[in-house]
Design a protein around this ligand. Sequence first.
Ligand code: GDP
Ligand code: MG
Length: 821
Amino acid sequence: MKLSEVKYSETVIITKVLGHGSFRKRISEMGFIKGKEVKVIKNAPFNGAFEFKIINYNISLRKSEADLIEVVPISEFVKSENENYQGVIDRDIDLVDQSERTKIINIALVGNPNSGKTTLFNYISGSKEKVGNYSGVTVDIKKATFTTKGYTINFFDLPGTYSLTAYSKEEIFVREFIYEQTPDIVINVLDATNLERNLFLTTQLIDMDVRIVAALNMFDELEKQKLFFDKDELAKLLGIPFVPTISSKGIGLENLIDKVIDVFEGKDKISRHVHINYGKDLEDAIKNVRQKIKENKPITDKISSRFLALKLLEKDGQVSTLLSHYPNFDEIQKSTQREINKIELLEKEDSETIITNAKYSFITGALKETFRNPHQSEKTRSEKIDDVLTHPIFGFPIFTTILFLMFYVTFKVGAYPMDWIDMGVVALGDFVAKLMTDGMLKDLLVNGIISGAGSVLVFLPNILILFLFISLLEGTGYMARAAFIMDKIMHRFGLHGRSFIPMIMGFGCNVPAILATRSMRNKGDRILTMLIIPFMSCSARLPVYILIISAFFDKYQPLYLMGIYAVGIFFAFLTAQILNKTFFRNKETPFVMELPTYRLPTLRNVLYHMWDKTKHYLKKIGTIILVGVIIVWALEYFPRETKNTAVLQKEIQLAEQNTSLAAVDKENTIAQLNIQIESDRLTNSYLGRFGKFIEPVMRPLGFDWKMSIALLAGLPAKEIVISTMGVLYQTVDDETTVNLQQKLKNEKFKTGKNTGQFVFTTPTALAFLIFILIYFPCIGVVVAIKNESESWKWAIFAVFYTTSLAWVAAFFVYNIGNLLV
Ligand code: GDP
Ligand code: MG
């Protein structure tokens, strides 16, 4: 009986929890597990809430939830227990084992027409006990019942379908059967010689979150045709156990039933629920629609909300009808329509087609390494392109070349608009400087805000170009291949293949990349990936690289840029290796890397994604960078006076009154004294004092106090390194008339043993680049690591690990560089 039918104050034992996987998971987390005793405390009529006592907790369930929990009265057990019970047996387990009702497994056969379902059904039922017609609403199906291994098994032969859309009554029937009858196991009968088409239905079963066992039928044909098929690997990828069968001869059917029992008992190692990744746009749409659906709890007990959301996005009328009597149906519809419009506009394609394509991307990816048909005569265009681009030998060099091209254009083409913006910023600074009278406000505006924020804004074109490339690569489908090529290399370093996508995202911004690790199930894998993501050079670091490279390296600039990214990746892999050998020793779960067909992306799609990524950069300039700039400016601006100021000012006065000096000499002397005042003031400012304080630590790397401060200021966001340099390297003599690159080149040591020498040499510049790459990611990343790993431990580890590694690496680069120069 159902838990909802139990009377007030009765005690029952749970025998089975029905419904889809995530419902079962939620319910079992509340303690509703097979064999547990439940007492009904409140049994409200009229579909109100039920209340139960389980393991000494009181829990409320809705009627719809209680409907899906099967129970037996405890009295049934007590009887049998008294008969000839002797000795001590774990009562819970014993009770359950004695119940006949726990021993029923309902199985539905689902598969394409002609995959061999009926043959399989007849073979099993013919040799077994009962067969009867089971009348459905629209279609008649067959049901067979037999007992084996202590289980009573109900077998349902459902009509063959290619899909679970609402186009035919068979398709609707199969769907409704699954969510109304909630079979314990779905046997997905596959024609093994025709996997690509057969797996389409499988993807929909996966979406429905049901427990699946796949019968690889026609296995004789597969062997006859000598197709290559790594079925174990595919099973792992899909989280579905595969059993080879030849149903026309009855071969493999015993194994099939054994596997069903294993899965039913939760003993199978392969069986797990995977999420098909539909790509960022669709996943966002699914998430939004799903959120609205979830407000209607009752229906999501029976049907996975993800499946419902997908169906709504496919404009499935039947699911709309299903949801139509829910209070927020209007909202659901509105949100669905909004999402459909958005994705259709981006892809210039019907939403159903987009989802179908995504499913085939998943299937192609799953079969890429596991299934090959040498007899296949016609290759699709995508397959032909893939033969070249994912070629075992040429794939990697092609990938590297494309990356080089990307950095080349980012650097070289980006330089032109960069100059224009640069000139604009300088002109604006001059203009404002002329307009205003000297004073604190002018200094804040010109030397603080315009110069600081402007020095970051200058790199907007480079970032736009980089994002344009990434969006293009994603849109054409090449990025998926890059992940594919990298996957094997990743595995060699003990990294999870799934880590690659967050790592690539890390090139944009590390924070969303860390959030993207949520797609990984294993916590150890997740934390490991989070810890190496900071080595992926985010777009905030790009401006610093470009600034330093364009200032200090005349030749091969794009190669330096690519090199620094490569060094980051190198450290990521190195870190992964080290951590894998020490903290984490994970068993990885393989996953499908989707391979969409190649195509020309729509312009709108590319621009949208480029803008989507860029807007964060602009927002950052307006917020955190602006605040950073003002703080750095204030620390630099105060205090205004030093103990020498009065003396120096007196000297200026004296020089002005000195009539014996020629006009030119007088001007020079005064200018010289002004520089002295300014540099004296800067050294004495709060920022200067702090810089001097930490300088000894940074000096072994060749960094002076200004660089040290810039690095410190970059803790909230690395762009602030540049804006800080923009503020710090203002010099009295050249105001705003030259760009920052030139100012850096002109900078000389003013004190210490190197006085008069240039601060930036080639080894210093290189060490600085390395340090920027590796040290403290940024506050956002640290907080993200803390939140996602749910402990400060890993966040603090990341801070110390990256910063000390940065110091050591920069130290080596600087000193080895000096030996060579
Ligand atoms: P259904 O549409 O899924 O019910 O498929 P059927 O059970 O009607 O089978 C379709 C055809 O495939 C029949 O001619 C079967 O004899 C044949 N068939 C079924 N299973 C196998 C198998 O394992 N190997 C081979 N070679 N043929 C099979
Ligand atoms: Mg049939």
